[in-house]
Design a binder for this molecule. Structure first.
Ligand code: CO
Length: 159
């Protein structure tokens, strides 16, 4: 299975992904293929909808190791927010400063079906929030402030 990363404005990026009900061979195959797809195009996270598969599967990379999470959910977000620059494999060359909660508590399943619950902050919190957004059809451009959107629009008009 070879998966191709869909680029904006591919309509699949706006679709909501379905829960993974059973961890079977198909899910394992998709997960492996997603890891391959991500490897071939540098990035530190990937959501299944980005390869046209509408299932709640994400990859989060930590220290060069890709980890698969199924049905990830944010349980809690810190009130404290921070601004970090984000990129997205569906928007090659676009890097945007996005404000999001600094720390989140997440739950998910791993490929062995084990329940995972953890608090993450910094870059990890960033990746989880960005990728979970993808599963809901939300893109990082949606998280810009109105002022950033206006600036971006004007830039496009000028270019
Ligand atoms: Co992305």
């Amino acid at each position: 299975m070879v998966l191709e990363i869909k680029k904006y404005p591919d309509p699949v990026l706006r679709k909501k992904c379905d829960e993974v009900k059973e961890i079977n061979e198909e899910i394992r195959k998709i997960s492996r293929a997603m890891i391959e797809a991500k490897k071939n195009s540098r990035g530190i996270g990937l959501a299944a909808s980005q390869v046209g598969i509408l299932k709640r599967i994400i990859i989060v990379e930590s220290e060069d190791e890709p980890y698969i999470f199924l049905n990830p959910e944010i349980l809690e977000k810190s009130k404290k927010q921070e601004i970090m620059e984000e990129g997205c494999l569906s928007f090659p060359g676009l890097f945007l400063k996005i404000k999001r909660p600094k720390e989140v508590e997440i739950k998910a399943l791993n490929l062995n079906g084990q329940k995972i619950k953890m608090k993450v902050d910094g870059l990890m919190a960033r990746i989880f929030q960005h990728e979970i957004d993808h599963l809901n059809g939300i893109l990082f451009i949606d998280r810009l402030s109105w002022w950033q959107k206006l600036k971006l629009k004007n830039k496009k008009v000028r270019d």
